[in-house]
Design a binder for this molecule. Structure first.
Ligand SMILES: [Zn+2]
Length: 134
């Protein structure tokens, strides 16, 4: 049975102690990281289901450090509108701080998908209020 290395996401045997690709000690990877840092790292996972798990977990753990990496995820996979919708939901659950505003503004102004722009603009307006030019 195979799984992904938690560090580099290469495919490895499920019982591997170290990753043949990057050399990390699989069982001990991430111990020095916070839960938020591990979840932000997981936004780069090649498996979409694993990325979405991280997006959902970040919504339950509203840490604004993840705001800009979450926006980056939407630009890395611009055709995945549903993933972007889940990202916007997570951003809307975060504290109303500047980096959350910047992340939503980037999605509202620069995302190539119209529905994502519209949803991000609504979330921005609902969270940061109104009529200041966004
Ligand atoms: Zn690895």
């Amino acid at each position: 049975m195979q799984t992904h290395c938690p560090n580099c996401f290469d495919t490895i045997e499920a019982d591997a102690m170290t990753c043949p690709a990057c050399g990390c000690a699989v069982l001990f990877w991430g111990r020095a990281l916070s839960e938020t840092e591990r979840l932000i790292h997981s936004l780069g996972h090649p498996d979409r289901a694993q990325r979405l798990k991280a997006v959902y977990a970040l919504a339950d753990l509203p840490q604004s450090e993840a705001a800009l990496p979450l926006a980056d995820l939407c630009f890395a996979a611009p055709g995945d509108v549903w993933q972007a919708v889940e990202v916007i939901r997570t951003l809307a659950a975060m504290p109303a701080v500047e980096r959350v505003e910047v992340a939503l503004a980037r999605l509202a102004l620069e995302h190539p998908a119209g529905p994502v722009q519209t949803l991000a603009a609504h979330a921005l307006d609902a969270k940061f209020g109104g009529g200041d030019g966004w």
